[in-house]
Write a protein that binds this ligand. Structure first.
Ligand SMILES: [Zn+2]
Length: 308
């Protein structure tokens, strides 16, 4: 049965037993009907449950499975109730939570906590089938450089205009004003990379604000493209600015520096997903954020993939 809750204690009370947590996952995962995670059979009449167990059987592929198969919980040894507590913390703490803190809070090893958080970050990714941004609302596009030496932080724009990154990792973001944020790691700031992202995520004809970096030149033929000069950024000219997306970058950096101190380039994209998930749900009631993440848990992320 699908449970709803408003506070952390309410959530804990909603799941007094492991069975109640399994029933909840079942309700969320099969909210739109039963399906077999092994063969994709979505004919409810051809999926059964062995009486008195948590084992389901598909009458198409003849295989048995638990509700965790094909989700980030597939191989977990931790109780789902422990996962739900972790989901509350990662979705509701404004900057997320460090694996060391989570380990202490939940009484699990730090390795386990690290694994839990990475799987939850995997689940927090923006679904790829989302509708394009823009239309009536303007979209701000910008990139930021993460990592590297503190003394180089003011060199970002110079590095960018030289096409270099100074060993830093580049994160690109698109923010629809009053709407959704999408962000992720990109390989370089060449026109091909930046414009591919814009064209993939923004509806043609939308109003687009970027800075005057070289990589954005050429978008005016498909978008109502306005550029903001770097030096003029502080003196906003009406609607033409990229301050909202720059505010997101400040948030990302506070999260990385304040909570994790350092993030490896390999995992940065996952941290960006986590931040984006929270940003897009900042107006959503806290309990709903938990169920929203739970609705995105398809796809296991084995340990060997994580450390690859
Ligand atoms: Zn099947």
């Amino acid at each position: 049965m699908l449970q709803t809750f408003k506070t952390f204690p309410e959530m804990l009370r909603a799941f007094p037993t492991e069975q109640s947590a399994i029933d909840h996952l079942t309700a969320v995962r099969w909210a739109n009907g039963k399906f077999c995670p092994l063969c994709g059979n979505a004919d409810e009449k051809r999926i059964g449950t062995l009486a008195g167990t948590n084992t389901h059987k598909c009458y198409v592929c003849r295989k048995r499975f638990s509700i965790k198969v094909g989700t980030i919980f597939q191989d977990t040894k931790l109780p789902l109730r422990t996962w739900y507590a972790a989901i509350w913390l990662i979705t509701n703490h404004p900057k997320g939570i460090a694996s060391t803190t989570l380990a202490t809070d939940l009484g699990i090893t730090q390795k386990s906590a690290w694994h839990v958080l990475h799987r939850l970050r995997h689940a927090s990714r923006t679904p790829s089938f989302n509708a394009p941004l823009g239309g009536d609302a303007p979209v701000e596009a910008d990139e930021t450089f993460v990592g590297g030496l503190e003394k180089n932080k003011h060199a970002d724009k110079r590095l960018k205009n030289n096409g270099g990154t100074g060993g830093k990792t580049i994160v690109m973001g698109l923010l629809e004003r009053g709407g959704e944020l999408r962000a992720g790691v990109i390989d370089n700031v060449q026109a091909g990379s930046l414009q591919d992202v814009v064209r993939h995520h923004v509806e043609p004809g939308s109003t687009l604000y970027t800075d005057d970096a070289y990589g954005y030149r050429g978008l005016a033929k498909d978008f109502d493209h306005h550029t903001v000069q770097h030096k003029a950024k502080r003196y906003v000219d009406g609607e033409a600015h990229t301050q909202s997306i720059e505010g997101v970058w400040a948030l990302l950096k506070r999260q990385i520096i304040g909570i994790h101190h350092w993030v490896s380039p390999k995992h940065l994209d996952a941290y960006v997903s986590e931040m984006t998930f929270r940003y897009n749900r900042r107006e959503m009631p806290k309990g709903e954020r938990v169920n929203d993440l739970l609705s995105q848990v398809e796809g296991p992320l084995p340990y060997k993939v994580l450390i690859a």
